[in-house]
Design a protein around this ligand. Structure first.
Ligand SMILES: NC(=O)c1ccc[n+]([C@@H]2O[C@H](COP(=O)([O-])OP(=O)(O)OC[C@H]3O[C@@H](n4cnc5c(N)ncnc54)[C@H](OP(=O)(O)O)[C@@H]3O)[C@@H](O)[C@H]2O)c1
Length: 343
């Protein structure tokens, strides 16, 4: 297993993080016996990094994760969880107010049966709460020893820059990670979020790295998603998000590159993400041991630059404006320097 530093922090995490959204998930998840086997296999392969959230199965994922790591040395593990979603129908049981962040962190600590959370992430931006209040509350969790590092998820680039700017000004803890939707079929974050993270010292943790399983190559464009699979269960979300001719062209290329190297399409798609040094880890979500075993194939296997480029350029991805303007006009101010520098 290869390890990477989590953004600007001194914390080393395995470059595969085990996503536990499937733990205790009724429809498309796994039960305790399978979860135990997944955790064991992951740790045996050198994995130390787990991701969960308070809202996954309304606390069930955190509880099941706690059960599967009991008996392991807590200090060898890096546990990440999140708050933001409404947890019960009470006015303040949601969002990022100081009141809810404090309550949610305490509840996660209880469910995870631990004294501290390694990475506490805000699951999304809260338009009703000032970022000053959010960053101060998160800082208090760090100061009181309940949390080691803080991160955000599903933020816009400007919110990331603003949050860390506020922390700089107020002497508070800064975000060291962003957790965002990123895979070969959805590259939206390349426009603003990834550059903001790199500038602000946040490592990227990629959720849905296999596009709900489409990038494994197991779906058939003509037949549609079969029952018992993630896309079958969540067709209303995943079909518009991923199901297109361009997607299947990319999937076919992953299969082809995989064949050339004796690798699976999943491994090729995951390795494409890990090729970018701005990415700290891919969050592998799995339902079975066989799936985990397959995905663990990228614990130390890398894509060549040529294969990476082949996939990157197969279907054009438009960075859009203002990148287009910069591309057209950059010659005006560049060209006379000995070395290019980027700020
Ligand atoms: N921050 C956020 O907003 C957010 C959102 C979503 C997820 N997450 C995190 O990211 C993690 C991963 O997300 P995700 O589950 O959506 O990931 P994903 O990579 O998009 O999909 C995972 C699913 O693909 C299928 N699969 C995975 N590996 C496979 C393999 N080798 N062969 C065949 N099928 C395979 C399995 O579904 P089937 O077996 O049912 O086909 C599995 O449940 C979650 O556990 C969670 O920790 C965060």
């Amino acid at each position: 297993m290869k390890y990477r530093y989590l953004g600007d922090s001194g914390l080393l995490v395995s470059r595969i993080c085990l996503g536990t959204m499937t733990y205790a998930m009724k429809d498309w998840g796994c039960d305790l016996d399978v979860a135990r086997a997944l955790t064991r296999k992951f740790v045996d392969a050198g994995g130390n990094f787990f991701d969960t959230a308070d809202m996954y199965s309304t606390g069930g994922s955190e509880e099941m994760l706690a059960e599967t790591i009991s008996g392991l040395d807590r200090d060898d593990l890096v546990l990440a969880t999140k708050c933001w979603f409404r947890m019960r129908p009470s006015a303040n049981a949601k969002g990022l107010s100081r009141k809810h962040i404090m309550e949610a962190a305490e509840a996660s600590l209880r469910r995870l049966r631990t004294d501290y959370i390694d990475l506490y992430q805000v699951h999304g931006p809260d338009p009703f709460t000032r970022l000053e209040e959010v960053m101060r509350a998160l800082d208090d969790l760090v100061r009181t020893g309940k949390v080691r590092y803080i991160g955000c998820s599903n933020f816009f680039g400007w919110q990331i820059a603003k949050a860390n700017g506020i922390s700089e000004r107020m002497g508070l803890e800064k975000f060291v990670s962003g957790q965002h939707l990123y895979n070969l079929l959805r590259r939206d974050i390349e426009r603003e979020v990834l550059p903001a993270c790199a500038d602000q010292g946040l490592g990227m943790l990629c959720w849905a790295p296999l596009a709900s399983g489409l990038l494994t190559g197991k779906y058939d464009r003509e037949k549609g998603p079969s029952e018992g699979t993630r896309i079958g269960y969540r067709a209303e979300i995943d079909m518009p998000r991923y199901w297109s001719d361009d997607s299947f062209r990319i999937v076919d290329e992953c299969v082809a590159i995989g064949r050339e190297h004796g690798r699976s399409a999943s491994q090729v798609a995951l390795a494409w993400l890990l090729h970018d040094p701005r990415v700290t880890a891919i969050i592998a979500g799995v339902r079975t041991e066989a799936q985990l075993e397959d995905n663990l194939g990228v614990s130390d296997w890398d894509l060549t630059d040529a294969d990476h480029e082949r996939l990157t350029n197969l279907v054009g991805f438009n960075l859009g404006y203002p990148q287009e303007w910069i591309g057209l006009t950059f010659w005006n101010i560049g060209g006379m320097e000995e070395f290019a520098r980027s700020r």
